[in-house]
Design a protein around this ligand. Structure first.
Ligand SMILES: Cc1ncc(COP(=O)(O)O)c(C=O)c1O
Length: 400
């Protein structure tokens, strides 16, 4: 059997009569039938094949196959965005009166789905605290059907013990959906710990070059079949072009993740040693409160580092403005290093209280560490820290 790196490069949909080396793009809305009888048999599912790209498409299938191999999943479905993957998974499996148990530190838009959208259809939720796992059993209700968690969380990089959670959900017949965006399937495979479903925003490390929006959900074939029915008729399909882009990107994911992690480790250490930093968060840095767990369930620490400057919000903002090379953007998982201020951007829709509850302090800065040479990256950050200090000394900004 090949190594996964080889499979990601060599697995592709069958070549056309032209013998193209790179997969061709099936940019077509529909597929033709050989006869009226063939059309009937295809719709009756008596014959296999492609009908319409809202249902499935060769490029989309190639991407799904690769992610299933990476995650150890039976089947999957690819959709238009990461949020579409979360929503399609929930809407495809839940019904009126169901209850969802979720980790409090979920992505901002997942929080909106749970608190603002699902209640419209009578679906309720409770939030569990990762620092108080003993309380989770009391949060389970007779109608609890799913558990939704994100680990590491965006942006606080909190972890949840997947081995514990996998057992907890299996013992209670609760479907476990894990948002694995930050870890990627190369650093952590939740199905191994008992998850039924794993979702990715392919927008992030899977594309890895900040070009396309997409999402994917993989897991148990029985659950995916129900989700596929919902998607087939509600229509969140991924575009074949984006699927082709993401599948090509997977060819380089292992190489890219090595470099993302190498650079992030170096940056985390640099920041941890810096006098102007109040604290850093990086799963494989020994100061992370869940360092032992991170070592157990993630083979490397990932490409995200968060930190808080001494001086809080004002200093954080001055630092962002002083960056020269690093981009200010809300995306992550790009070749280019990106600095984000979650409290005023990606997580601004949360109340101050909700942000505090998930560790998003006012001055928290999130760095999505790119693939630039680490010396250039650290130089840009160190110059920005220096400028922030000068500004603090010469104006009302005070380093506390
Ligand atoms: C952890 C996490 N989950 C889900 C999403 C949503 O993905 P998308 O933007 O592709 O809809 C994001 C986006 O930043 C994310 O960071």
């Amino acid at each position: 059997m090949n190594h996964i790196e080889t499979d990601l490069i060599r697995h592709q949909s069958p070549r056309s009569q032209h013998g193209e080396h790179s997969s061709s793009i099936y940019l077509t809305s529909s597929f033709t039938f050989e006869s009226a009888e063939h059309a009937r048999a295809m719709f009756a599912k008596e014959q296999e094949g492609y009908i319409y790209s809202r249902y499935d498409n060769p490029n989309v299938d190639e991407l799904i196959d690769k992610i299933c191999r990476l995650e150890g999943a039976e089947d999957g479905i690819a959709v238009a965005s990461g949020m579409s993957a979360v929503f399609t998974g929930l809407a495809g499996l839940l019904g009126q009166g169901d209850h969802v148990l979720a980790c409090r530190s979920v992505f901002g838009s997942t929080h909106q789905i749970l608190t603002q959208i699902l209640p419209k259809w009578g679906i309720s939720h409770s939030y569990g605290d990762i620092n108080n796992l003993e309380s989770w059993a009391d949060l389970v209700q007779p109608n609890t059907k799913m558990c939704v968690v994100e680990t590491p969380s965006n942006p606080a990089l909190d972890l949840i013990d997947l081995a514990w959670l996998g057992r907890f959900c299996r013992e209670r017949d609760i479907l476990l959906l894990v948002d694995n965006v930050f870890a990627t399937p190369l650093l952590q495979t939740p199905i191994r710990f008992g998850a039924h479903l794993v979702m990715h925003s392919t927008t992030k490390f899977i594309d890895g070059q900040g070009r396309g929006i997409g999402g994917i959900l993989v897991g148990d074939s029985e659950q995916i079949a129900k989700i596929r029915f919902f998607a087939r008729h509600s229509g969140p399909a991924m575009s074949p072009f984006n699927a082709w882009l993401f599948s090509k990107s997977l060819e380089t994911l292992p190489v890219r993740m090595e470099r993302h992690c190498d650079n992030a480790e170096k940056l985390a250490q640099y920041l941890a040693d810096h006098d102007d930093i109040a604290f850093i968060r990086y799963p494989h840095h020994h100061t992370h409160p869940q360092y032992e767990l991170a070592k157990r369930q993630m083979c490397r620490g990932g490409g995200l580092v968060t930190f808080e400057l001494k001086g809080g919000l004002d200093h954080g903002r001055a630092f962002l403005d002083a960056l020269n090379m690093c981009s200010l953007s809300s995306n992550l998982g790009d070749t280019r290093t990106i600095a984000t201020h979650p409290a005023s951007t990606t997580h601004s829709s949360l109340t101050e209280e909700d942000r505090q509850a998930v560790g998003i302090t006012a001055g928290l800065v999130r760095i999505s560490v790119g693939l630039e040479h680490h010396e250039d990256l650290i130089r840009d950050i160190s110059t920005a820290l220096e400028k922030t200090r000068h500004l603090a000394n010469s104006t009302s900004l005070k380093i506390s």
